[in-house]
Design a protein around this ligand. Structure first.
Ligand code: C5P
Length: 317
């Protein structure tokens, strides 16, 4: 992934400041294996980074702190303490490099909160990049990626960006070739969903219907999705969208099934639950189709946003 030019701002009131951003994502495909002994599921997924960014400002300070700046989403219920992924990212980088964790973080959130789009992971990725520059710790991209994987399964992809196949927990990345840009319309929910709960619901369903379902296949990325991306074939891509977490998300939130149906009958080539939900991602044929679908969803009272992908991963702004 490309890295932008580093701009360090020296401001007499604030000290030295570095800004970075990282994108949210949608999983084009997500195959989930059976729960492993470590509490995680082996997965095979295709990530696409979207032009929906988390902005992180890192300023020299006496101690570690975090605040959210006003943005499109209500951040008032987000924890800004030690469990926050951005705080954990700064702490981890400090520990690994021996640098004191003296940074004031200010984040503008533009990725839906607890929406299955990797917003928290993007905060962590942008924080790693910003603090590494601010503290002049100069880690390699590879070292940053190893730290990212310790923070969460989706954090390495927020660093990487573009389109990538993720295996293991989703943190073992292989770059995928992609031609062109794809147009998406996102449909938000007011209430987020918990990732472990959605995975847990899938496990319970598999257990209950073990006899009918048979053994869970090894998670794989279908070859067709890579062909579609390589050839900029949006219609083939639409046929490839698949997510094993979609069924448990729809069972927990039946209104999502209705919204999916509405989008698919109002101009979307296909719709999918993004990651562990509840955000819905609709793929459109082109910008005009995306605009029309966006209008139709809004007219029904849905909260939406148009976005495009792929875009690069975490970089300086
Ligand atoms: O890695 P991350 O902290 O984002 O994962 C959050 C939770 O999601 C995990 O604790 C686990 O319950 C679930 N998860 C999983 N298998 C994965 C990734 C996440 O079960 N591959």
């Amino acid at each position: 992934a490309a890295t932008g030019a580093l701009r360090i701002v020296t401001d007499s009131a604030d000290g030295i400041r570095v800004t970075a951003r990282a994108p949210g994502k949608v999983n084009l495909t997500l195959a989930v294996g059976d729960l492993a002994a470590d509490g995680y599921h082996p997965i095979a997924t295709t990530f696409m980074a979207l032009d929906l960014y988390e902005d992180v400002e890192a300023t020299e300070a006496e101690e570690l702190s975090l605040e959210y700046l006003p943005g499109p989403f209500d951040t008032s219920r987000l924890d800004t303490g030690e469990t926050n992924l951005a705080i954990r990212a700064a702490r981890l980088l400090a520990e690994q490099t021996g640098h004191p964790a003296n940074v004031a973080l200010r984040i503008t959130k533009r990725v839906p909160i607890a929406g299955g789009m990797g917003g928290g992971s993007a905060d962590a990725a942008a924080t790693l990049v910003a603090c590494d520059a601010l503290w002049r710790t100069h880690l390699t991209r590879e070292d940053l990626c190893a730290l990212a994987a310790k923070l969460g399964s989706d954090v390495p992809f927020a660093l990487h960006g573009g389109v990538a196949v993720g295996t293991g927990r989703g943190d073992d990345l292989t770059c995928a070739l992609v031609e062109g840009r794809f147009e998406w319309v996102l449909r938000f929910s007011a209430e987020g969903m918990s990732t472990p709960q959605t995975y847990g619901a899938l496990d319970r369903h598999r257990l209950t219907f073990a006899e009918q379902l048979g053994p869970t296949p090894n998670p794989e990325v279908p070859e067709a999705v890579l062909t579609a991306l390589r050839n900029s074939d949006v219609r083939l891509l639409a046929e490839c969208l698949v997510n094993d977490l979609q069924a448990p998300a729809l069972r927990a939130r039946p209104e999502l099934a209705e919204a999916l149906e509405f989008g698919e009958t109002h101009g979307a080539l296909a719709g999918i639950v993004s990651g562990s939900g509840p955000t819905l991602a609709f793929l459109a044929e082109d910008a005009a189709a995306a605009a029309a679908l966006d209008r139709a969803l809004r007219a029904e009272g849905h909260h939406t946003l148009r976005t495009r992908g792929p875009v690069p991963g975490a970089l300086f702004t």
